[in-house]
Design a protein around this ligand. Structure first.
Ligand code: A3P
Length: 326
C-alpha cells in the first residue's frame, strides 16, 4: 500500500464534513523522503527522517490526551509489534477501533514525521485511547508535560546486531534517492560499511552528532524508574511473550488473565502479524524474518566483536543485557 492509499483509508473513518485535508500530510512525507538532509533540532540530529517543525510542535504545542500511549524506539527494534500488542490489549473489545487501527501500521502515528495536519487527523479519528509512536530519544520529548498529562510511554529495544541487519534490509526498500551522497553515507549498500557507519555515529537518528542506537537507549534508560515509562526487550517478547504482554497490560492499567495474554501472544506472533499486516505497511517486505540471531548470517567475527566492544563501552554503567540468541 502506498502513503496516499493508507492515509485515505484512515481518513475514511472520519465523517466527510470533518475530514482534514490529507494533501499536506502526504506532501510533507514525500518532501522529507525526496530531499535527504541532516535536519537538526537543537543538538539532536535527524538524518533522513523526521522534521524539526514537528519535534517542536510535539514538544511545545501538542496537547496529549490523558490516556495516550506512546511506543518509543530506535528504528527496527520492534516498534510496530509493540504497537500491535497494545492495539490488541486496548481495542480487542471494540470492533470499530480494532478495525481502523490496523491501518496504522506505517508512519501515520509517529510524532515527528510528516506535518502538523497529522495531529488533526489523530484528534478526529474515532478512538477512545490513542496508540502513537516515536523514534525520538528522551531528550527530544517534553517528558515532564507528558507525565503530567498522564501519557504512558513504552520503550522497546532489541540487540544491536539484529537491529542493524533489520535496518540494513529495510533500507533497500525505503524510497530515498539511492544516489544521494547523504543517503549513501547513512545507509551504505555494503553490509560491512553499513555496520561501520552505525558504529561511527553516522546513523545518529534522533540523537546528537556522532551518537547512535546505544546512546538512544541510554537516554530512555535514564527514565527506567519513571512511573509512566516501561522498558521492554524484543528478545523477551520473542522468548516468552505472554508474561511481557501481561506486564504491558498492567502498565497500561488493563486487567488481563493469563489466558487472554496467551491469546494475544498468538494473535501477535510474527507469522500472524505478517499475514494480517503485510499489505498495510508502506515499505515493501517490512516483515522480514522477525527472529533473534539472524545477525550471524551477516556479521564477520571481527565486525561482531566491534559491536560487542562498543556495547561494553557505552552500556558499562547499566544493567542492560542483550540476548543475541535464544
Ligand atoms: P526483521 O527485519 O528482523 O524481520 P520496527 O517495527 O521497529 O521497524 O521493527 C521491525 C522489526 O520487527 C522487523 O524485524 C519485523 O519483522 C519485526 N516484527 C514485526 N512484527 C513482529 C512480530 N509480531 N514478532 C516478531 N517480530 C516482529
Amino acid at each position: 500500500m502506498d502513503f496516499k492509499d493508507s492515509f485515505e483509508k484512515l481518513a475514511a473513518f472520519i465523517p466527510e464534513e470533518e475530514r482534514p485535508d490529507i494533501g499536506p500530510i502526504l506532501q510533507a512525507f514525500m518532501e522529507e523522503m525526496m530531499n535527504p538532509a541532516i535536519r537538526e533540532w537543537g543538538e539532536y540530529q535527524m538524518p533522513l527522517m523526521g522534521h524539526p517543525k514537528l519535534v517542536d510542535f510535539a514538544y511545545n504545542d501538542w496537547k496529549p490526551w490523558e490516556n495516550d500511549i506512546v511506543v518509543s524506539s530506535y528504528p527496527k527494534t520492534g516498534t510496530t509489534w509493540l504497537r500491535d500488542v497494545c492495539r490488541h490489549i486496548i481495542y480487542e473489545h471494540d470492533s470499530l477501533e480494532f478495525e481502523f487501527t490496523k491501518a496504522l501500521a506505517g508512519p501515520h502515528v509517529y510524532l515527528e514525521l510528516g506535518s502538523e495536519a497529522k495531529y488533526e487527523l489523530w484528534e478526529k479519528l474515532p478512538w477512545k485511547r490513542r496508540i502513537l509512536g516515536t523514534h525520538m530519544s528522551a531528550g527530544m520529548m517534553n517528558l515532564k508535560r507528558l507525565r503530567n498529562s498522564g501519557v504512558k510511554i513504552i520503550y522497546v529495544m532489541r540487540n544491536p546486531k539484529d537491529q542493524m541487519v533489520s535496518m540494513f534490509n529495510m533500507s533497500k526498500n525505503l524510497p530515498f534517492p539511492r544516489e544521494n551522497e547523504l543517503v549513501r553515507s547513512v545507509l551504505p549498500s555494503d553490509f560491512n560499511d553499513y555496520v561501520q557507519a552505525a558504529l561511527d555515529g553516522k546513523q545518529n537518528m534522533f540523537v546528537k552528532k556522532g551518537e547512535g542506537y546505544l546512546d538512544h537507549i541510554l537516554t530512555w534508560y535514564a527514565h527506567r524508574n519513571d512511573d509512566n515509562v516501561l522498558l521492554v526487550q524484543y528478545e523477551d517478547m520473542k522468548q516468552n511473550p505472554a508474561p511481557e504482554i501481561l506486564k504491558v497490560a498492567k502498565f497500561l492499567g488493563v486487567n488481563m488473565s493469563e489466558d487472554q495474554a496467551d491469546k494475544i501472544a498468538a494473535m501477535t506472533s510474527f507469522e500472524a502479524t505478517k499475514a494480517r499486516m503485510q499489505n498495510l505497511t508502506v515499505v515493501k517486505d517490512f516483515f522480514n524474518k522477525g527472529t533473534v540471531g539472524k545477525w550471524k548470517n551477516h556479521f564477520t567475527v571481527a565486525l561482531s566483536e566491534r559491536v560487542d566492544q562498543q556495547v561494553e563501552e557505552k552500556l558499562a554503567g547499566t544493567d542492560i543485557k542483550f540476548k543475541y540468541t535464544l
